[in-house]
Design a protein around this ligand. Sequence first.
Ligand SMILES: C[S@+](CC[C@H](N)C(=O)[O-])C[C@H]1O[C@@H](n2cnc3c(N)ncnc32)[C@H](O)[C@@H]1O
Length: 341
Amino acid sequence: MAVSGFEGFEKRLELQFSSHDPVIGIGLRQLDFKSVEQVLHQVQCTVVSALGNQHFDSYVLSESSLFVYPTKIIIKTCGTTQLLKSVQPFIHLATTLNLHITELRYTRGSFIFPQAQPHPHTSFQQEVVYLEDNIPTSLCYRKASVIPSKLTSHSWHVFSAGAVEYSDNVNPLDLYTVEVCMTELDQTLDRKFFRHPNDGKNGDSAGREMTEMTGINRINLNSQICDFAFDPCGYSMNGIDGDRYSTIHVTPEDGFSYASFECVGSVYNDDMADMVKKAVKVFGPGTVSVATTAASHDICTRIKATVEQIGMKCRSYSMDEFPAAGTVVFQTFTTRRNYRI
Ligand SMILES: C[S@+](CC[C@H](N)C(=O)[O-])C[C@H]1O[C@@H](n2cnc3c(N)ncnc32)[C@H](O)[C@@H]1O
């Protein structure tokens, strides 16, 4: 942990692969666990819990989460992990299965302790240089941008790159991603993410208790949950609902409290705004940011309306277009009593 405090804001990487073979089968899910662990070792995190279904595998990490689909990897890590060091190893592992990369997306919020970040995460500029140097030239449609907000401490950093073949395929399944970052958590609510000393529980059983006690299990009733409680505090969970994942991570310490909720949505399921509202209610944050990637304007507007129903006020709404990712909308909210710009 940094001397200053734990960096809750995650770095998130999504890698999409394709194959010239007509039959991909379970694709990347064939990767042996040892090879995946070696990549995680370079990033500086480990697997603490795992759960899969017929669509994908999910791993709770010592620092956030990893999801492996047949042709997609999503990995988010917090603290002082070196996430971008996984780019080349994952691309290499995929080539052993005849899979080549067609899209890459890297996103993150604004670090609370930027000075504690190691190379290549010392600045967004350095991250972009590292990515440019470590991705194949086939990913030729590239764009890096920082989407601002009215809150100087909250902006959304996006790097996206796509190959020629991505172009007709930006959003093949009408899926979109919602990334919610919350700070200044309600102190009564975030106490629930501290373990009781000598409670006789392990990380799994204490995690299960937190999931139920906080109402996280009621955010999506269809979801199967894999959860873990850290000692003396902190919590992570992955939810799996068919081919859709969700994930929550909590850093409850006073002074740098942070929680995140991320979920993949489908235009055929109208439950996203409601899930975001329920997740925000679990934490009672002073500040919330919501980044949606490839969602319709209508979905973003509905999320805004439902978050405002629980006493938050939307302070900014910004958007940008990315050739390989589609539209990214970044909204920020504060409690009405907490209007600081
Ligand atoms: C891994 S979790 C969740 C991270 C997530 N990005 C977040 O902050 O929302 C981080 C929390 O667990 C605590 N923690 C306790 N032991 C830890 C460990 N071995 N590795 C990482 N975090 C640990 C940290 O102090 C922090 O409160």
